[in-house]
Design a protein around this ligand. Sequence first.
Ligand SMILES: Cc1cc2nc3c(=O)[nH]c(=O)nc-3n(C[C@H](O)[C@H](O)[C@H](O)COP(=O)(O)O)c2cc1C
Length: 379
Amino acid sequence: MSQLFTPFTLRGITFKNRIAVSPMSQYRSIDGYANDWHMVHLGRFAMGGAGLVYTEATAVESRGRRTHGDLGLWEDEQIQNLKPIAQFIKKQDAIAGVQLAHAGRKASERRPWHGETPVDDQDVETRNEAPWQAIAPSSIPYADGWPTPIEMQQTEIEEVISAFGQAARRAIEAGFQTIEIYAAHGFLIHQFLSPIANTRTDQWGGSESNRLRFATAVANEIRNTIPEEIPLSFRLSATDWLDGGIEAEQTIETSRALKQAGVDMIDCSTGGIGGTERPKRMEIKQGFQIPFAAQVREKASIPTMGVGFLWDASYCEELIANGSIDMVALARELLDDPNWALHAASALDDNENFERWPEESGWWLMKRDRLLEKLGIRS
Ligand SMILES: Cc1cc2nc3c(=O)[nH]c(=O)nc-3n(C[C@H](O)[C@H](O)[C@H](O)COP(=O)(O)O)c2cc1C
């Protein structure tokens, strides 16, 4: 029996296997509303056998969007379009998850294919998309050439914490069964955690425990809002890959504190904080972020999800079997092959009769396989 295909339970939710669809922004929303693009984009991964399907980064405030095309849950009216999507995912026996986000100083950015640079007046002419004012823990721009964000005041900090809680409530109403908070890749919560972006001298900055306060406040707010049986996870950048930035030791402390605040799993990514320095010490290879997830799992005693440059089923199997991590998350490999989980099951000898496939296709594939075998065309 393949370990990648064993069920995994967090609180009241059981994932049928250890494979998650990593959040993938599509920048296809208008005013934050989901549409048929999101249904097809997410639905094909659920049909393809993943145990957990996360939405893309979903903004908790309109000014917390990264681009004009971001998905959102900042108003009750946005719930309706997400309902059939969550329901479809569940009907495929997958768990529907939402990723909640606030971009902070990374807001008002162009979509990747429009340059991943700040929106400016030119975008008004070309796409009728105006720039907006970003907020952040400190008034330090994301990178050279980016606008300066406004430093958040105490009341604004409280408003954003509350916005995370409200968006979580809406996510549950839409039918999502698990929530991931986007606290990685230089987004608002990561900005609070990292000394590169947070130079505050009040209770929200300075010491490591002060920089951690915003993340734990968001976790507490959400935990107090959502039902007990719903798992809550955080995506962290385990290191900033920069001198003076977050290192693995801080991430272990952050994970311990989040666990205390009712967080059930840490999804370990890295990088993205920006700043003026070029990232160092990064060697990109298959599973290059896994050592961070394994360390957090061991030292903070919390389940972890590993992500980044994963594509080989046997390698993923080994990561689960040897106890490095509890789940794998894949993004680009799934864009290439939405049926990756089903193919992985076959590669690991766990899908002989195509029983893991939706029967509408599995039945035909089984018949074809038998015929090909009988004719000696394929063994
Ligand atoms: C199209 C695309 C959109 C992405 N959008 C998000 C996002 O909304 N939230 C997030 O946490 N990561 C996002 N990521 C990062 C992925 O979730 C993942 O961490 C990263 O691509 C590394 O995994 P991979 O090597 O399997 O692609 C995105 C990646 C891709 C390819």
